[in-house]
Design a protein around this ligand. Sequence first.
Ligand code: ME8
Length: 542
Amino acid sequence: MNHPASHSQSFTVTTPLYYVNDVPHIGHAYTTMAADSIARWHRLNGRDVLLITGTDEHGQKIERTAIAAGVNPQVHCDRIVAKFDSLWSKLDIKYDRFIRTTAPAHRTIVNEFFQRVWDSGDIYKGTQQGWYCVACEEFKEERDLLADKHCPLHPSKQVEWRDESNYFFRLSKYQQQLEALYAERPDFILPNSRRNEVLKFVAQGLQDFSISRVNVDWGIPLPTDPDQTIYVWFDALLGYVTALLDPDAQVSLDNALHSRWPIDLHLIGKDILRFHAVYWPAMLMSAKLPLPERVFAHGYFTKDGKKISKSEGNAIDPIALVDCYGAEPLRYYFLKEIEFGQDGDFNETRFIEIVNADLANSLGNLVNRTLGMAKKYCQGYIPNCNATDIAADNPLKILGRDLGAQVDIAYNNLAFRDACEAILNLVRSSNKYIDDLAPWALFKQDKHLELAQVLYSVLESARLSAYLLSPIVPKISTDIYRQLGLNIDFDLICCNNSNDDNTASVENWKHHQQWGILQANSQLGEPQPIFTKLEVKTAPSS
Ligand code: ME8
C-alpha cells in the first residue's frame, strides 16, 4: 500500500468509538494499541498527528444496560468512560481526542449533517419490519440467523422482531457511486480479503436502511420528528467529525471539517466493516463531503482457540492483564504475534514465551552484554570510531543500512509483525556477531581497532533497534536510549501538546532511522536490565 498521507505533514487516525454497555474488552485494547503505535510512528517522522478514540454512548443497548443497573444512562456512561480512560493510560495510549457521543457539540454536528442529507432528498419515511439484534444495533437478514433466531455475532442473544415506522436513508441510490469508489480506489478498504467481502455484499444490491428509532429515548432527537431518535450508528459515525473540532472553536460542521477532514485512516475490527466501508461513504456522498482515505479492518482474536465471550467464561479483562504483566509486553505480543488484518489467538503461555524470547533473551541480552563490554573495554564510552570507519561489508552495517526504510514501509502498511521481525533480525544478528567476533578475545590480543569497530557496530545496532521499536515499546526504547547516553523520551516525542524541547525538535529524530548515529567517545549510561522475564501468573478473567 502506498499511503497518500505518509509523505504529507498531517495524519489523522481513528479507533472505533466503543460501546459503553460494558467495561473495556481486550479487543478494544487491541485496536487502540495498534492505532497508538501507528500514530507514534508518524509523530516520530515529524508529522502532525491526531489520534482519535472515544465512546459510542447512545442507543437501546446502553439504555437497557443502564435500566438493568438501575442508574440514569448518563451516570452509567460516565462510569464506563472512566474505565476506558484508565485503561488507555495504563496501556500508554497517547490519544489526542476522546470523543463521547453524548457531548453537547456532537448533537449540533449530527443535526447539521442530518440537514444536509435531508436537503439531498435522501431521507424518507417508511415502515421497517425485520429482526433486530440489540447487541449489534443492526437489523439482520433472516437467512443469516442461527437456530432459534440467535445472532451469529452474539450467539447467546436472540434477535427481536420490529415493525415500526422509521425514517430511511436512500442507500440504494449510492450503489453505483460506491462501486465506482471501490474500483477507482482499490486501497480504500484494506486488507484485500475485506475489500472482497464488501464488493460481494454490495454486488447483492444495497437496500435503504432506517436511521431513526421509536421507543428508544436514549439518543439524539430526530430534527424533523422529535418523537423519534437518531439511529445509533448514524449518530456514532459522525463522532469522527465532531472529534475534529478544536476545543475552543465555535461548534459547526464547517469548523469541524475545516482543517483535518478527510480522515486518513479508520482503524476498525472486521465486525463493523459494512458500517465504515458502505454506509459511511454513502452518508458522506449524500452530504457532499470528501471521503476518508482508508478503512483498515483487522481480524478478530480468540482465547486459546475459542471465541472470547462472557458467557463462555473466557473473557480477558484487559485491566487485569495490564496490571499483571505491564503494558509493553502486551503491546509487543499483540502487534508482533498476530498478523494485523488476520484473525489471531491469545494464549498466555505463548505470550510469555514470545516476550521472554524477544525482549529479554534477544534485545535485553544484546543491550546488556554490549554495554557491559563497553564499560569494561572502553571505560563506559562509545569507542573511538564512527560509522564511516566501519567497513562496507560489515554484516550489521549492511542490515542497518536498509532497515529504517524497510520498517517505514511496514509501519505504513500496518504490518507491525513485519516491522518487529525485521528489527529482531538485526538484534539476533548482532548477538551472533558478538559470538563470532568475540570482543573479549580481541581485547586480550590487543586488537583495539577491531574491538572498537565491533563494539561500535553492536551498540549502534542496539540503538537503531530501540528507535524502530519505540512506537510499540516506548518505555523500553527510552530506557535503551538512556543507557546509550542519549536523552530522548519517546513518550514525550509522542505528546503533540508537550512543550518539552524533545518535541520542539521532533523533526530532528528522523535521521535516527539511519544506521550510524552514535558519536565516537560519548559517554554511555549505566547498564541495567531493560526487561525482566515474565512468569505465568494467569491474569484474572473478567
Ligand atoms: O462496534 N478481536 O463498538 P464495540 C479483535 N460502537 N478486536 C475486537 C474484538 C476481538 N475479539 N472484540 C472487539 C462498536 N474488538 C461501535 C463502533 S464506530 C463509529 C462505532 C474491537 O464496543 C474491534 O475494533 O462493539 C471492533 O471493531 C470493536 O472492538 C467493536 O467495538
